[in-house]
Design a binder for this molecule. Sequence first.
Ligand code: AMP
Length: 118
Amino acid sequence: MCLFCKIVNREIPSNIILEDENFVAFHDINPKAPVHILAIPKIHVDSFDAVSPEMMAKMTTFIHDVAKEVNIQKSGYRVITNIGENGGQEVGHLHFHILGGARLKWGHFSDADPQGHF
Ligand code: AMP
């Protein structure tokens, strides 16, 4: 069973801030911003690449609810999902990083030439 399935099943402790029948949101163990929450589906989905449009529709509402719950909806926030090796995905269970609580930076995403591909 994967790490985040174990969090869903309460086999690994986590700091859950919101939950419904389909999704769980909990604090990232290694926060990159004052607010850094992970929102995940309860059923195992490998990544965004494998998610159905139907689940994404529900997930969108859940992410909105998380932002409201932790009071970052008005101040603004960022939603990120890493996909696969080049995307930097470390945990193979779909998760959305919800980051906020301060003005976030925007930087270079790779050492490769950003003009080099097309
Ligand atoms: P990613 O690199 O997009 O796969 O992100 C995985 C995230 O999971 C990282 O930000 C980790 O800090 C976080 N993480 C790993 N283990 C745990 C855990 N047990 N509880 C909460 N967050 C975790």
